[in-house]
Design a protein around this ligand. Structure first.
Ligand code: SF4
Length: 235
């Protein structure tokens, strides 16, 4: 069997969805917050690449953009319009932040939503940091300024993947964008814990492929789980 691919954003989450995916079960349409996050990140990606988004349902997510084109979002048009309104505001703030920040020099090489893969032995770790320079990783958040353990966890994954040790969050839910450095007090311990958890995710991917059912891990993520209610009641 090929090495499983584990995405940075999957590590530490509930692994039961691997089982539903293997069975090819139908997913609920995206939760509004999840759709808004995708739309906002796509707008920011364009902002950082110096492009003006079309702000149109189909043109915004052309066919073939993995996981984010309009049909995949499964949103009614009026809800998509609401997402776009919020994404527009984030786009403007992100663009201003990018031209004003002292953390990135003018003309410096940047990577925007680039896919990185790292062979971790018996699995591949994969992820798309929002923005990266030679030394730093930046992760955009559409909400208010609030650094959580989940944010630190995700940045740890990107650090392992890219080797960049400076990690920042950029919050776009305030009046203007706010950048926050997220240092690690015990880097080696956190990195090792992350790698162990990523290994667990890879093991469950293999086991789910051969018919085993991962335990349900009830938590905040159930709110936007595409299988909640219809297939999973949390047990
Ligand atoms: S509803 Fe919750 S517990 Fe069930 S699969 Fe989804 S995330 Fe896991």
């Amino acid at each position: 069997m090929e090495k499983p691919i584990v995405f940075v954003t999957e590590v530490g989450s509930c692994y039961r969805p691997y089982h539903y995916k293997v069975r090819g079960l139908e997913r609920h349409p995206s939760h509004y917050y999840s759709a808004r996050g995708k739309v906002t990140h796509r707008a920011l990606e364009m902002a950082l690449l110096g492009k003006e988004p079309s702000w149109d349902y189909r043109l915004f997510f052309p066919e073939g953009t993995p996981g984010v084109h309009g049909d995949d979002l499964g949103l009614p048009p009026e809800m998509f319009e609401k997402c776009l309104g919020e994404a527009r505001a984030a786009y403007g703030k992100g663009r201003r932040w990018f031209s004003d920040t002292s953390l990135i020099k003018q003309g410096e090489k940047i990577w925007v939503e680039e896919e990185f893969k790292k062979d971790m032995g018996d699995f591949i770790l994969c992820g798309h940091p929002d923005l990266m320079t030679k030394t730093a990783i930046f992760d955009f958040k559409s909400g208010k300024k609030r650094v959580t353990d989940d944010h630190r966890w995700q940045l740890t994954g990107y650090e392992i993947l890219t080797g960049r040790k400076e990690t920042y969050l950029v919050f776009l839910g305030e009046e203007k964008a706010i950048e926050v450095e997220v240092p690690k007090s015990d880097r080696d311990a956190i990195l090792n814990t992350y790698i162990r958890e990523a290994q667990k995710a890879a093991d469950w991917k293999r086991r789910a492929a051969s018919g085993e059912i991962p335990p349900a891990q009830v938590g905040f993520g159930c709110v936007w789980c595409p299988y909640v209610g219809r297939y999973c009641q949390g047990v």
